[in-house]
Design a protein around this ligand. Structure first.
Ligand SMILES: Cc1cc2nc3c(=O)[nH]c(=O)nc-3n(C[C@H](O)[C@H](O)[C@H](O)COP(=O)(O)O)c2cc1C
Length: 162
């Protein structure tokens, strides 16, 4: 399936909550995301994800440089709540929720095995936000705790609709 099929619908769902799955050295973790973008950069289909440095997901992503995104097309409210409030450092969220995962086709990191659109992503470029480059209103609204995002630009190497 093409990466930008249903992109508008999927971006609307993402704004309410989607999942980023990361894996490194046998540890797999799922985190809720609400921000992101799908676009065409460097003549490639790209997903842009924003992950704060405090997240366990950040630790795993920085080592693996790949992730899957799941845009749920079924009610995953309980999973979105837990994966958006507990850290994989203290709990195995996949186990606790009884979530099923499936192997990706093009990368090592698995995807959630639920109804939805799944993007397999390989990081092309990542950058830590520079506070000095940020406008003051956004800084005060979102970064009063100094927990800045790393922004990951990742090629969507495969899109699976389940
Ligand atoms: C709706 C929603 C959207 C979220 N979006 C993001 C996001 O885009 N980036 C981020 O770093 N954290 C986001 N969070 C917070 C993380 O999901 C949360 O801190 C999580 O417990 C981190 O898990 P981890 O430590 O296992 O990586 C969001 C939380 C919710 C509830």
């Amino acid at each position: 399936m093409k990466y930008n099929e249903n992109a508008n619908e999927n971006l609307n769902i993402l704004a309410k909550g989607a999942f980023i799955t990361s894996q490194y050295a046998g540890q797999t973790n799922v985190m809720t995301i609400g921000w992101g973008a799908i676009g065409n950069i460097w003549a490639k289909p790209v997903f842009i994800a924003m992950v704060r440095k405090s997240r366990f997901t950040h630790d795993l992503l920085d080592k693996s440089n790949e992730f899957t995104i799941t845009i749920p097309h079924e009610d995953m409210g309980e999973a979105l709540a837990l994966c958006g409030s507990k850290s994989g450092r203290t709990i195995d969220k996949i186990d606790a929720l009884g979530l099923k995962t499936a192997e990706s086709e093009k990368i090592n990191t698995p995807r959630l095995d639920c109804k939805g659109t799944h993007y397999e992503c390989m990081v092309l470029y990542k950058t830590d936000m520079k506070p000095a480059a940020l406008d003051e209103i956004t800084k005060e609204r979102w970064y009063s705790d100094d927990d800045y995002h790393t922004i990951y630009f990742a090629e969507i190497v495969n899109t699976v609709e389940k």
